[in-house]
Design a protein around this ligand. Sequence first.
Ligand SMILES: [Fe+2]
Length: 472
Amino acid sequence: MDGKRVLIIDDEPQIAGLYREFLAGEGYYVSSCNNGNEAMIQLENEKFDIVLLDIQMPGIDGFTILSRIRDKGIPVVIITAFGTVENAVRALKSGASDFLVKPFSLEDLSLAIKRNIESNGAASEISRLKMIKTILELNRIIVSLTELDLLLDKVLNIVNNIYQPELIAMYIAGEEGENFVLRKYIPIKNKLPEQLPVSFKYTQVGNIFNERKVLVEKEKNCRLTIPLTGTKKEIGFMYIEIPLTKEISEEEIKFLEIFALQVGIGIENAILFDMVRNSYINSIKSLINSLEAKDSYTKGHSEQVAYYSLLIGKEMGIESHNLEVLKNASYLHDLGKLGIKDSILLKPGPLDRDEMEVIRQHPSMTVKILEPLGLKKDEIAVCFHHHERFNGNGYPLGLKGDEIPLLARILAVADAYSAMVSERPYRNAMTEEEAITELKRHSDSQFDRSVVDTFIKILKENKKEVKEDERN
Ligand SMILES: [Fe+2]
């Protein structure tokens, strides 16, 4: 490949430098630039045999550059990060010749350049290979996601980026398998979510599973129903509406069918993972309950924290899968205290500096116990941050305000209230009114004021209800 001219467009000069050095060693003539404007000037003034283009750059992004060089007939190899392969697919549809997913070896880079210069990116065999490569890369992403909601979000994003439809919805089989329930959707343009049925009976849609093919219906727009199957049974289906003006090719439908096979298996895996995770959480919960039950001061504490957290979470409009995260974190957040001696944990007087340091380790200890069990990242994060303070004076990281995950801010209020209204070895239980005064006094400093206000509103409403019940 002596003398062939390569242009590298990458916003990270170190990476561009590494590729440049390697390719120069292979006998290429290499130029590089760090932004779109510079790239356009170089392309106007010089002739290149191939362009390497990083798709994610600040300023003029890779797609804009691609649209400007498409007409020049130069093969363009896209560089994309793992997890954003849909960008590569979109780029291929916009005229790129090939793509490389980070991390890749310099040998991969060399092969991709040779292949694309030789074929000039036109042969149909290459295009079939690109489809297989895309599918394998997507597979890598799908199997790496073991949380169902994250997986479904990713799938919707992939489909959205590639096909830019008017509407995408994901229906998943209920536990009994009789219904398919709307689990996620992306409403696009003026499509309202209420136009989507919340569920379908199996008998209404069961026939799409017979041939495991995409069902295409064309009326006002093109409607695609894509069956999702696991290793044993029907998992659900994806529903997409694309405007008639956007032609969808046979190849793209084939791609969706193969993609759906992986998504089905991915969903099945994520559901299994959830079952395993839940059984771990249930075992830990019963362990915590029995440990708390041994001590009259802590009996039922985590149960109570979970109850208050959920009241606040629901009132604040937290989504149901995040309420689940909040509930689990409420039970598990103090697990790390298991490793702390009772002489410190139950000390009647104030703690000295060293003892305080030991106490401050418990969120990290909780994380150390939970991480190997494959718990959800968000659950672990809420446990880790439940002693952060709104003004940044908390621990372990001293995060401030919105930097602290909202669920951790909720848990902090529920945890503190539950502790205040319970008796402790070193003080009597506070009354509800006294605890509310404390929460108010520490709003904006220790607690998020909006969480405290919501909680006080709930407590007052509950009290009113109890009084009314008594009167009746
Ligand atoms: Fe704690």
